[in-house]
Design a protein around this ligand. Structure first.
Ligand SMILES: C[S@@+](CC[C@H](N)C(=O)[O-])C[C@H]1O[C@@H](n2cnc3c(N)ncnc32)[C@H](O)[C@@H]1O
Ligand SMILES: [Zn+2]
Length: 338
């Protein structure tokens, strides 16, 4: 019988930062169902996982997306190393991080959760949407500790993580700068942060921005059904032109662009990413200059910004005590994924 959510000592009340006690519902039986109550009485629901938000807010599209495409980008399911390559190339972090605790913000389906768990690190992941349940279902058995929470009200003690990781997220939040600074606040002195963001220069002329004003307000079921029809139809009539086709057509088409995926996997991946670019409420790219300025304003050192993955990959260190091992010697450059 489960008596409490895993690692509750790692959580802190988002309102007063005090510790939690778990109270199971009277009829919970073996199920993890009850509440986390802090020392001053603030209570949060536990229902399979702890939930520090009342609903998905502006992220319901992502909840739907990751429930539908729960394994599309997960290396152990696809049989390739795309997530692994992108993680280590982007972060420059070591392949062995035993003894370290990593906070992952906006875990989605857990493609990078899986990679971090593979390093031996303790991984604490959260997502504002019910994608948190997807990561929990897939990776709790590998050791992941997952909750549903927002970057704007994180249920953790500030400066308590060796590393903070956040890919594919901050451009989809309403206040990108605030999101970045909130994430920095969770890094221990001497610890490191790795985030990525869409690159303003690369994305600003993308055709998605001509249709998103409409598609982001569409019924999400309908939009997803539309993506499932349009993407394969587009692939039937157009030759592969990735990434240039996106200048003219708001459709992702990864044929010929991603090594190691089967034809069927590439169709599914293209549908996923077409929905991913049309559905989010927020899509706010940032420039290299802006990210550099924010890193400096946040007092970070060893700032490294490179082009790759989603756009710009940023990693930096918070000055203080013992530095987390590494970061200065990233593995040799791998092919960036557009
Ligand atoms: C494009 S997905 C990326 C998921 C994953 N990191 C990946 O790279 O596959 C963006 C994720 O950020 C989450 N998200 C957006 N705003 C958030 C917030 N304020 N707090 C936590 N998660 C957030 C969404 O729910 C979604 O799962
Ligand atoms: Zn409290």
């Amino acid at each position: 019988m489960r008596t409490s959510p895993k690692n509750i000592e790692l959580y802190a009340c988002p309102q007063c930062r005090s510790a939690f006690t778990y109270r199971a519902d009277a009829d919970a039986g073996d199920a993890l169902r009850g509440s986390l109550v802090c020392e001053t009485g603030h209570a949060y629901r536990v229902d399979g996982i702890p939930r520090f938000v009342v609903d998905e807010g502006y992220t319901s599209n992502f909840g739907k997306q990751w429930a539908e495409f729960r394994k599309t980008q997960v290396d152990s399911a696809t049989g390739n190393t795309e997530s692994r390559d992108r993680f280590f190339h982007g972060t420059g972090w070591p392949t062995n991080m035993e003894g370290q605790t990593i906070l992952e913000a906006g875990c989605g389906s857990g493609r990078f959760t899986e990679i971090m768990l593979g390093t031996g690190a303790r991984v604490i992941s959260f997502d504002y949407s019910v994608a948190a349940d997807v990561t929990h279902d897939s990776f709790a058995k590998n050791g992941a500790t997952v909750s549903q929470a927002s970057i704007y009200e994180m249920p953790f003690q500030p400066e308590s993580f060796d590393r903070v990781f956040c890919y594919g997220v901050i451009q989809h939040t309403p206040d990108v700068k605030k999101s970045f600074f909130n994430l920095v606040s969770m890094v221990k002195p001497g610890g490191e942060i790795a985030v990525d963001v869409y690159d303003a220069w690369k994305w600003i002329f993308h055709s998605r921005y001509r249709v998103r004003w409409f598609t982001k307000h569409m019924n999400q079921e309908k939009l997803l059904a539309w993506c499932r029809k349009i993407v394969p139809a587009y692939m039937k009539v157009m030759p592969p032109m990735h990434p240039y086709n996106q200048i003219f057509f708001p459709v992702k088409d990864y044929r010929g662009a991603r090594a190691g995926f089967t034809k069927e996997q590439l169709v599914e991946y293209s549908i996923l990413d077409t929905f991913d670019m049309l559905a989010p409420m927020y899509d706010q790219p940032k420039s290299r200059g802006t990210m550099m300025r924010w890193c400096k304003e946040a007092g970070l050192t060893n700032i490294h910004i490179q082009v790759g993955g989603n756009g710009l990959e940023i990693r930096a260190r918070k000055p203080g005590a013992a530095a987390a091992a590494n970061c200065d010697s990233p593995p040799p450059a791998l092919k960036a994924i557009a």
